[in-house]
Design a protein around this ligand. Structure first.
Ligand code: SAH
Length: 226
């Protein structure tokens, strides 16, 4: 899989991809992440990527031309399954959406900044819009990193234990059960006996019951398919 991220602030995207699981996934060749600096696609001499809003109002707007130049260049190099604009009013990121995106081959994630992008970008250049939640961030970079992380960890071979992503919250319509590690007792706080019993069937049953209990308490909507 390949993910191209278009941004006017590339430095914001350096660290999320240079450590731990996301870095290893790239080292293993399971995903290629390329960051594109919009300033490289400007034609004006100050290399600006934003301008004042027509009609007035506070806040700058990202110009269409550098975005078009960058997307056109990328599209000339390979076909893309989706060109996604990160937007607070887009389709909400959920586990099923991350699962769906993990099956794609090439994706572009476009990060807005300031007041967002010229509306004509949304009308003509992109194929989809994704939001990471009903709140507003200052830029799309963190949101793009969230989308990329949720997708990359699902690619086969990225997590050491192949079953690990499948046993995470939301994958089976339930949230995850509690987890514990050593020591078995700390300050008198004990790990549930069943987890130390070595009895596989009882442990699975306990995990399922805890998942169900937590889902009822915290995300009851999941049980009705929401
Ligand atoms: N004026 C816009 C907000 C712009 S925020 C509005 O009211 O809708 C600047 C940029 O941050 C956006 O263009 C978008 O790319 C990104 N962004 C902000 N919140 C986001 C969210 N919840 N999900 C995804 N991207 C977000």
């Amino acid at each position: 899989m390949r993910i191209d991220i278009i941004t006017c602030l590339p430095r914001l995207l350096e660290s999320p991809f240079s450590d731990s699981i996301l870095n290893r996934a790239q080292q293993k060749g399971l995903v290629a992440v390329a960051i594109h600096d919009l300033r490289e696609y400007t034609t004006n001499k100050h290399r600006t990527t934003d301008d004042y809003a027509f009609g007035g109002g506070a806040g700058m707007v990202m110009m269409i031309e550098p975005i078009d130049n960058c997307i056109t260049k990328l599209k000339s190099e390979r076909p893309y399954d989706d060109i996604i604009y990160m937007s607070p009013d887009g389709e909400l990121l959920t586990q099923p959406l991350a699962n769906e995106l993990s099956l794609k081959k090439n994706l572009i994630l476009l990060c807005g900044h300031y007041k967002g992008v010229d509306e004509r970008v949304r009308e003509h250049l992109i194929t989809r819009e994704i939001s990471i939640g009903n709140y507003v961030l200052s830029g799309g970079e963190l949101a793009a990193a969230v989308v990329a992380d949720s997708v990359i960890r699902l690619l086969p071979g990225v997590l050491n234990d192949e079953t690990s992503a499948l046993s995470d919250s939301f994958q089976d319509g339930l949230v995850a059960p509690p987890v514990y590690t050593r020591p078995a007792e700390y300050k008198g706080w004990k790990v549930p006996d069943v987890l130390l019993s070595g009895h596989e069937a009882k442990i699975s049953q306990w995990k399922y019951e805890k998942s169900l209990e937590r889902t009822k308490a915290r995300r009851p909507g999941l049980l009705d398919g929401n």
